[in-house]
Design a binder for this molecule. Structure first.
Ligand code: ATP
Ligand code: MG
Length: 157
């Protein structure tokens, strides 16, 4: 139940590194200073959440863009932060992106694919783990997703 944050971050970046390079995107990870920081959750679910969010970052960022993954650690929580320099989301669409099947019209023209389920599923999984997911975005500038989970005691590893 206690999952090391370092491993989660290294894993997700590794899974997307090749695809990022193919799309001419820079994908960088910033690891927290402390190696022993852990979160509570289901490892499979956390990975699926991170994969969904990161796949969006790759899908909605044009070549030459940058994607960064990091974790903000406080006494009680760990927030995974995934930011991209992509197409962004119009303010009127932002409140709806976590709804099932919701897709921004402009986004649809870009590489067609997608059902609009990724973020709805991500939110469901995060909430099942007692966490929180939110998003900030600015059209033409980029998007940042925050996934907050409860921090685990180090000695629980
Ligand atoms: P799926 O994930 O099911 O393959 P999808 O990516 O379209 O399809 P979601 O992941 O739920 O669906 O995202 C919903 C919508 O939010 C997307 O269609 C897109 O319009 C917008 N969106 C999500 N992430 C980003 C992002 N990083 N940058 C710009 N738009 C985004
Ligand atoms: Mg998606």
């Amino acid at each position: 139940r206690a999952i090391p944050v370092h491993g989660l971050l290294e894993g997700v970046v590794e899974r997307f590194q090749l695809q990022a390079a193919k799309q001419e995107l820079s994908l960088r990870v910033h690891l927290p200073q402390r190696r022993d920081v852990c979160v509570y959750g289901d490892e499979d679910m956390v990975n699926r959440v991170l994969d969904n969010v990161l796949s969006n970052a790759l899908k909605y960022t044009p070549p030459g863009g940058r994607i960064e993954v990091r974790a903000d650690v406080t006494a009680q929580h760990v927030t995974f932060i995934i930011s991209d320099t992509g197409i962004g989301i119009p303010p009127e669409d932002l409140p709806h992106v976590f709804e099932r099947f919701y897709r921004v019209e402009k986004g649809r023209s870009r590489r067609g694919g997608g059902t609009g389920l990724g973020l709805a599923l991500a939110r469901e999984m995060v909430e099942r783990m007692g966490g929180e997911i939110r998003m900030e975005s600015e059209p033409q500038r980029g998007t940042t997703v925050y996934v907050t989970l409860r921090r685990a005691e180090e000695d629980a590893v």
